[in-house]
Design a protein around this ligand. Structure first.
Ligand code: ZN
Length: 334
């Protein structure tokens, strides 16, 4: 880990990259600790920012996990990508890898920081604001100014599984291009959410895609593999590593509109269709049975489309979200 006082590299006209006040030179591989406050125990909290620079100039890519502290798949994808050693093979450009942004949420098994605020609704943040706002500010001011494009890794909420998919901003051509290169099965167009990382990145002209897979507090190997492959695809396409293997291509479906099918009764829910499957309008997806063996409610799809998410919760109440169906879609050609 670098120490601010010890890292007194003189300003360099030959492509030094300034990240949170630290100068990183071509060829450098380093870890920067961004201090974002303390626990009540006075333990200092740092966000670890891994920086890998190639010798040749090129794009700066951000791979970010754990804006939501309990979304472990994303944290694991970024961690595994560092562990793989691929970033040490960068010949051109830079990768900034942050496995865990919301340290506070992670240690509390929570999406949010401990006062209940969501870091991803606190951008661009404020260095004198509440904790979530300070964490957002550390990223916005310390890291984003040098970033050319980024991938932000998430999962569904508790008990809510997302099939591997990319969320990209409706109308953002650059984000769409990035999503195509990344290569997850679904690309879901979404308007920007107020005060999110995607919104602040858009204002800074940084294409930022959000990768969603699995659910919070649960590892999902399938989604982790897709996420890691996606990072490699993006690096290969930008010439950052030698393309030993070509970019992996597979069929992608663009989803323009989606809606949840909700529970029409309360009881024990079992599904017969799952995420990743295509379903026809009227096709049965699962059943809800009451506890007194008196009633069985068949849940059917209201539209034809792809199941892009489903609940894994066995006990449901009337109105709970069960299946997320992408119904306005287009199968993308090579
Ligand atoms: Zn999230």
């Amino acid at each position: 880990m670098q120490d601010k006082e010890a890292t007194n590299i003189p300003p360099d006209e030959t492509n030094a990259l300034t990240i949170a006040g630290y100068e990183v030179l071509p060829g450098d591989k380093t870890i920067i600790g961004l201090n974002v406050g303390s626990l009540p125990s006075d333990t200092k909290i740092y966000i670890n920012v891994f920086v890998f620079r190639g010798e040749e100039p090129g794009p700066v890519m951000l791979v970010l996990g754990g804006i939501h502290g309990d979304e472990i798949n994303g944290i694991e994808i970024v961690r595994r990508s560092i562990e793989s050693g691929v970033y040490k093979q960068i010949t051109k450009g830079t990768v900034i890898a942050i496995p865990l942004l919301n340290v506070f949420g992670f240690i509390n098994f929570s999406r949010d920081v401990h006062d209940g605020k969501d870091v991803n609704r606190s951008f661009p943040g404020n260095s004198k604001g509440s904790l979530a706002s300070r964490v957002a500010h550390a990223l916005t001011n310390g890291v984003l100014p040098v970033v050319d494009f980024g991938i932000d890794f998430h999962t569904g909420g508790r008990g809510r599984f997302n099939y591997p998919q990319l969320r990209c901003t409706t109308g953002s051509e650059e984000s769409f291009k990035l999503a195509r290169i990344f290569g997850a099965p679904y690309i879901v167009e979404k308007p920007v959410i107020n005060k999110s990382l995607r919104e602040v990145s858009g204002k800074m002209d940084i294409p930022m895609i959000v990768y969603e897979s699995g659910e919070s507090q649960r590892l999902d190997g399938h989604g982790i593999n897709f996420g890691f492959d996606g990072i490699l695809n993006v690096m290969r396409a930008h010439g950052m590593i030698d393309p030993v293997d070509p970019v992996k291509r597979q069929e992608q479906v663009l989803i323009r509109k989606s809606a949840w099918i909700r529970a029409s009764a309360s009881g024990i829910f079992t599904w017969t269709k799952k995420s990743g499957e295509f379903v026809q309008k009227g096709e049965p997806l699962g059943t809800i049975k009451d506890l007194f063996v008196a009633r069985e409610e068949v849940i059917s799809s209201k539209r034809s489309g792809y199941i892009i998410g489903h609940t894994n919760t066995p006990v449901v109440s009337h109105g709970d979200a069960l299946f997320h169906i992408g119904y306005d879609f287009e199968i993308l050609e090579e």
